[in-house]
Ligand binder design. Structure first.
Ligand code: BG6
Ligand code: BG6
Ligand code: GLC
Ligand code: GLC
Length: 917
């Protein structure tokens, strides 16, 4: 009995002595909680640095965006292939995810070797080999005939700008393949696959193994928002708030960040903790100076660390009686699996003995105890350091969420963690001690990162198919050159119909004579009132024109609102309101009693019998006042003035806005013979030869024709290019079936087309999370000015999003990109169509004049033309392409059409006076 006690005492004493000896020797490797908390703080600072735009380039911890934005939500499904390259084993997998009520994942996989020729060869060989293995796998599984989406787990640091692309920053661990660094690995893989022709796979996602691990675990536990690898290498990823990720545009939601924590310390920030052994390991590695944190932690290095320590201790006579074997001197002779075996609970000492003997040593009992303790210190330090960095991530997550306590799950993989007997326990314990306010569940990734990669691929697949749907919808707004030539030719035909006596009455492009027979010549003078009704704003103006050498035009104007109930009330109410505004203006200008000649810009189709007579054919755009259609608007205005009985006005001319615009510009440029409005509505006027205007007497000289081209297509002649959205907009308008061309080209309708497309996209779940909001249901929310803002190139995505939010559309950044694209497609088509229409007009003028080349100016006005960032450019290009023999100058009407109306009034007044005398 006594002997047993004595022996036990002796053994304990022996053990204590050995442990003390090793503890003393490796004093530097034993990290207290204070040190670990300090490491944690340092890592927190590194994370911030890596995320910041300015600090990122020099940050050691790279914090790489992964473009993975969500944890699996159970809706993933399909058959996928996955590659898992970069850990201790290379694997090819087939993953089947079904969603039939309960989640279900079936996996088949095969390991393939990665010999040194491959890990140290060149890039082409590597990717050809990967492609070979994939083809072999597909062959054995008999699935070569089918097309598969593929997720590529590639466990090295890659800079990603999208999910399916990644530029290798640098090789780590035991890979050093030439010609791959700084290139996109997915395109190399695709290239290798394309060469083979016998497999058809679509590489949709590139994922780091940490991300794959997080997603694998996330499939089973939705709370999983961190992924860790403690294997050949070490690394972690976690879900970061988008607003903190400077490198990626957008600020809502989260994105997974691959921290690449293995590089922590590469800037010297851990030098105080690194030992001579760490420095030696680094010098002997394939990437000296790099991955310094990883080299203190991961499986590729732990065994070697132990060997270096043992060697040094032996040299100092602290072990093996100072004897050193050749094997102990040989690099990598002790591996991490040996460390794990030596630390086993019961058989550990025995294992140690055997391992040391295999190294050609003859260890004593004391030696074995000491060596076992060296292993413990080395692997414990590894767990401690991982715990400190993980604690930093957990703290960040907790602070991001503004929580006092965080409950979360960490997905883990890697051979060291999985096979080392004490590692998990130690890691968990230290983490809990370092961050007591986090309740962490550590979830082992049983099935590797392939399953997670398949989840990511499933999401990517869904996005690809959504993208296809969006592209298809937008493609219906693309007009080919042939389409545009057809539009031009048809427009040309309709212009002729409208001019001919027999067809004029039924023509859809009405070609209304305006009785304006010349452009300004500079002799106009006098003081006039002008009204400008029918565009975005209703204006009353006072225009003073001087002729001769001091030729000038001075204008005073005031904008008045026309409430919707007046626009769509009775005719009497509308004209009474107009007269009320005139009265206010006269008062405001202090010319209450003056009886001035007045020019009335009335931007609707009027059948004129003279310059001062115009019967409204029909309302267009947003007007619908009763009892006006068919009536003379000048009469209606006169009667309203009479009803008010306060002042008298001499209404001399009624003028369409296109005509007013042409005259405004014609005053500056005599070559301006076309007026074009691209605003609330769309229309063109131009100077036509009298001989071509069959419905007006006379063949001498010219007269301006108000084409009213907005009605182009009302006979169905352009129905083949109208989309279902155009039809919906038409049906919801005040004048269904009418003004079909205008409804595809002008400001009042473009926003509505956009809205219809957005509703459709939302219905298909492609936008706004599938939720059609009240705002989206509201007619007219997208005014032209919003389209113009949204499409501005100077605007960042966030600003687009803000505009949409102001409109009550709760959009994500992805939504904003799509909305912008939709706006672009719609406005581009409008510019194309107007360009084709204008080409028809200038071509007609060229032929009228029998010219090889025509040089002409188009006077333009309208908010769409003026505000939209791309409309005018595309328009000009289209005209150039569709009418190459015409040299068309576009002149913006700066002063609106009121000035032109006054000029017309001046001429009419003079002619009138001449007639009277
Ligand atoms: C595997 C994963 O389970 O673990 C790999 O599927 C990962 O993606 C690996 O790289 C990490 O561990 P080790 O020990 O193989 O490097
Ligand atoms: C204005 C003209 O500048 O532009 C109006 O003075 C014209 O006569 C208007 O109707 C057209 O643009 P919008 O965008 O206001 O309809
Ligand atoms: C290395 C790689 C990293 C990977 C880790 C674990 O640190 O750089 O990308 O996640 O090993 O395999
Ligand atoms: C509508 C009107 C037309 C006007 C145009 C531009 O098309 O019918 O007369 O010129 O809008 O305002």
């Amino acid at each position: 009995m006594f002997a047993v006690h004595l022996l036990a005492f002796y053994f304990t004493k022996l053990k204590e002595d050995q442990i003390k000896k090793v503890d003393r020797f490796l004093y530097h490797m034993r990290l207290s909680d204070d040190i670990l908390l300090d490491v944690m703080t340092r890592f927190q600072a590194e994370m911030v640095k890596g995320l910041e735009r300015d600090a990122h380039p020099t940050a050691a911890v790279k914090m790489l965006p992964t473009f993975v934005r969500s944890i699996p939500d159970g809706s993933e499904k399909g058959d996928f292939l996955a590659l898992d390259l970069g850990g201790s084993k290379f694997r090819v997998l087939k993953v089947k995810v079904s969603e039939d009520g309960k989640q279900n994942v079936q996996m088949e996989s095969q390991f393939y070797p990665t010999p040194k020729e491959i890990t140290h060869g060149n890039g082409t060989e590597l990717f050809d080999y990967v492609a070979d293995c994939l083809a072999d796998f597909m062959e054995t599984k008999n699935i070569k005939h089918k097309k598969f989406p593929l997720g590529f787990t590639f466990s090295f640091p890659c800079i990603q700008t999208k999910l399916e692309e990644g530029v290798l920053l640098s090789w780590t661990k035991y890979f050093k393949v030439r010609g791959v660094q700084e290139t996109d690995v997915t395109s190399s893989l695709r290239h290798a696959l394309r060469k083979r022709k016998d497999v058809d796979v679509d590489v949709l996602a590139l994922v780091n193994d940490t991300v794959g691990t997080m997603m694998t675990c996330g499939y089973d536990d939705q709370r999983c928002e961190v992924g860790i690898i403690i294997g050949t290498g070490t690394n972690a990823c976690y879900m970061e708030e988008m607003r903190h990720i400077d490198l990626v545009e957008g600020d809502e939601g989260r994105m997974c960040i691959n921290t690449e924590w293995g590089a922590f310390g590469d800037d010297g920030s851990l030098d105080d903790l690194r030992t001579e052994f760490d420095r030696e390991i680094d010098l002997g590695s394939i990437n000296p100076g790099k991955q310094l944190f990883e080299k203190m932690i991961s499986g590729l290095y732990l065994g070697e660390l132990v060997r270096l320590i043992l060697l040094k201790m032996a040299k100092k006579g602290l072990l093996f009686s100072g004897k050193i074997s050749a094997a102990l001197r040989t690099k990598d002779k002790i591996e991490t699996k040996h460390v794990a075996a030596m630390e086993k609970h019961k058989e550990g000492l025995q294992n140690t003995k055997e391992i040391l003997m295999e190294l050609g040593l003859t260890p004593s009992e004391e030696d074995c105890i000491a060596v076992q303790h060296v292993c413990t210190i080395v692997s414990f330090r590894s767990a401690n350091l991982c715990a400190a960095a993980l604690a930093a991530i957990l703290t960040r997550l907790r602070e991001n969420k503004k929580l006092i306590r965080l409950r979360t799950t960490v997905g883990i993989d890697g051979t060291l963690y999985k096979t080392h007997p004490q590692y998990p326990k130690r890691l968990h314990k230290v983490v809990r001690r370092l961050v007591p306010n986090c309740d962490v569940r550590f979830l082992l990734s049983e099935s590797g990162s392939g399953k997670g990669a398949a989840m990511v691929t499933a999401v990517a697949c869904r996005l690809v198919s959504q993208r296809k749907q969006i592209d298809e919808i937008l493609a219906s707004f693309e007009l080919s050159k042939e389409n545009l030539i057809e539009v031009k030719n048809k427009m040309r035909g309709e212009l002729e119909y409208g001019l001919k006596k027999e067809t004029h009455a039924t023509a859809t492009v009405k070609m209304l004579p305006t009785y304006v027979c010349g452009t300004p010549d500079g002799t106009e003078k006098g003081k006039f009132l002008a009204l400008d009704l029918g565009g975005t704003n209703f204006r009353v103006l006072l225009v003073k024109i001087r002729s001769g050498r001091r030729k000038s035009v001075r204008m005073y104007n005031k904008i008045f609102a026309i409430p919707l109930e007046i626009m769509q009330g009775t005719g009497e109410e509308l004209f009474d309101h107009i007269v009320q505004c005139i009265a206010e203006f006269l008062e405001y200008m202090g010319i209450k009693g003056a009886c001035l000649p007045l020019g009335f810009t009335f931007s609707f189709p009027c059948r004129q019998a003279s310059i001062d007579k115009g019967a409204l054919v029909e309302w267009t755009k947003g007007f619908k006042a009763t009892d006006c259609e068919g009536e003379d608007v000048v009469d209606m205005l006169r009667e309203a003035i009479k009803r008010r009985n306060e002042f008298d006005l001499d209404i001399v001319a009624v003028v369409n806005d296109t005509v007013g615009t042409m005259m405004t510009c014609g005053y500056e440029d005599p070559n301006c013979e076309i007026g074009f409005i691209a605003g609330t509505g769309s229309n063109v006027c131009y100077m036509e030869e009298m001989k071509n205007i069959e419905i007006v007497e006379g063949t001498e000289g010219k007269m301006c024709i108000n084409t009213e081209w907005g009605g182009f297509g009302d006979n169905g002649c352009i129905d083949s290019i109208r989309t279902k959205y155009d039809k919906e907009v038409d049906e919801g308008s005040l004048n269904p079936g009418k003004q079909r061309y205008e409804k595809m080209t002008s400001g009042m309708y473009l926003g509505e087309i956009v809205r219809q497309i957005l509703i459709d996209l939302t219905k298909h779940g492609l936008l706004f999370r599938g939720q059609i909001s009240e705002s989206l249901r509201t007619r007219g929310i997208f005014e032209t000015k919003f389209l113009s803002h949204i499409e501005s190139d100077r605007l960042a995505l966030l600003q687009v999003r803000r505009i949409l939010q102001q409109l009550g559309l709760d959009s994500t950044c992805d939504d904003s990109i799509i909305v912008k694209e939709v706006c672009g497609a719609v406005s581009k088509r409008a510019a194309h169509l107007c360009g084709a229409g204008l080409a028809a007009i200038v071509e007609k003028k060229r032929e009228n004049r029998n010219l090889e080349h025509l040089k002409i100016t188009v006077g333009v006005d309208g908010t769409l033309y003026k505000l939209h960032p791309h409309f005018s450019g595309i328009l000009r290009e289209t005209v150039k392409e569709m009418a190459p023999q015409c040299d068309v100058t576009f002149m913006l009407s700066e002063d609106g059409s009121g000035k032109g109306a006054a000029l017309i009034t001046a001429v009419a007044k003079r002619l009138h006076n001449v007639g009277e005398n």
